[in-house]
Ligand binder design. Sequence first.
Ligand code: HEM
Length: 487
Amino acid sequence: MAASVLSMLAFPESFTVTELLMASAVFCLVFWIIESYTQRVPKGLKSPPGPWAWPLIGNILTLGKNPHMALAQLREKYGDVMQIQIGSTPVLVLSGLETIRQALVKQGDDFKGRPDLYTFSLITNGHSFTFSADSGEVWAAQRKLAQSALKTFSVSSSPSSSSCYLEEHVHKEAEYLIQKFLEQKGHFDPFRYVVMSVANVICAICFGKRYDHENQELLSIVTLSNKFGEVVASGNPADFIPVLQYLPSSKIAAFKDLNEKITNFTQKLVKEHYKKFEKGCIRDITDSLIEQCQEKKLDENANVLMSEKKIVNTIIDVFGAGFDTVTTAISWSLMYLVAKPEIQKMIQEELDMVIGRERLPKLSDKPQLPYMEAFILETFRHSSFLPFTIPHRKIWGDPSVFRPERFLSADGTINKALSEKVIMFGLGKRKCIGETIGRWEVFLFLAILLHQMEFSVPSGVKVDLTPIYGLTMKHAPCEHFQAKLRS
Ligand code: HEM
């Protein structure tokens, strides 16, 4: 077909088809380079300052393997508002608490979007409200739906006890986790058990289901989540050099495959829920989403129409975001506790004084445990495991020192103004919808674990606290943990 069309065109005989194709490829390349250098700022305005960028690849080489650190260095030279180039895409980089607040809070509507990246479009077949480029009415309605369903099945009171659903789930899982730790002979890596316990909490909220720690299906999903974070955090060349989307890539193929596995896992559970669904007996978030589909009572005021697929797929966003972050926070906390046994001791003394040895910690004890709270804030700040929350000297004075006391006022209570400078859950219109759940869950798991157990590493073992870049940054695996019951 192509040949017959070409033969109908009157090209001079001296050009072959190959030469013509070569010429058009060169033309496209030159056009693309010029295009990527063309200023996209309105007339009369200037681009923000930033480093010189290479044609086609932009500043990819400068960003390297630890873009969060490279950007912190560039900020020293170019200031709080700078522009870099990733591939052919210009990217605005904001630093400093005040600049970030100005953009995300005061100009929230302008900054609520997500980049329209090829890899993001592969997540939940483009239905994810966390990753899709849509930030209009449908996104807002989907986010609101998720927020309200989450609230109903986590922080609301459970009819079967005096506590909330979340507290019930965490109590149960923390007790299983302690058993698992005690079963380990000698040294072990706690991460694999922590991730299963935290995943079970979100499974209870989303699907009303718990899995055994040895369950291979859940284990493979939570392991995949790590790989997901690696791709999403650093982007893929195809996100920034669009032509690469059409070339075969083993990384993209693996990313598609893992998204398909996560989608299949949740869709299986959704199907089971459809079969057993009973109006008037809403057991978990999946049931409540199905109810929304059936009653079409979604955001009647805003008149937003959302497809059933989109409503049900909301579960994938909630499930996916609900365990990796909390697991990472608990896992970093355990690392600091064994690296700094004197801090572990002080938390345990506070727990014993406030709670005693006769009962387990509860969520309602939180305000009476300021040192524990200060420890969690310091873990968030120091690990900054969400890579773009790097602690700066300007705010903290001694950012690299791990010192929970920095968050305590002279009277021993939490310094609220300072605690609000730890922006671990984002700001503005995209702020985390699981913040309360995340904070409560990390607190309760740690309070129960430390009330019941003592953690250590053998003397001479140095704990490696270097973060590994990803959507949530992990520490290197540590197989040297020892855990014993406290007397
Ligand atoms: C320690 C725990 C957690 C941390 C540190 C954390 C942090 C964050 C951050 C930084 C964002 C991105 C904000 C932005 O884009 O500007 C986010 C978004 C999100 N989080 Fe969390 N999170 C945690 C726990 C949770 C939990 C438990 C859930 C759900 C059960 C959850 C659900 C979500 C969702 C759905 C979004 C996407 C919101 C949107 O794009 O509109 N998070 N979280």
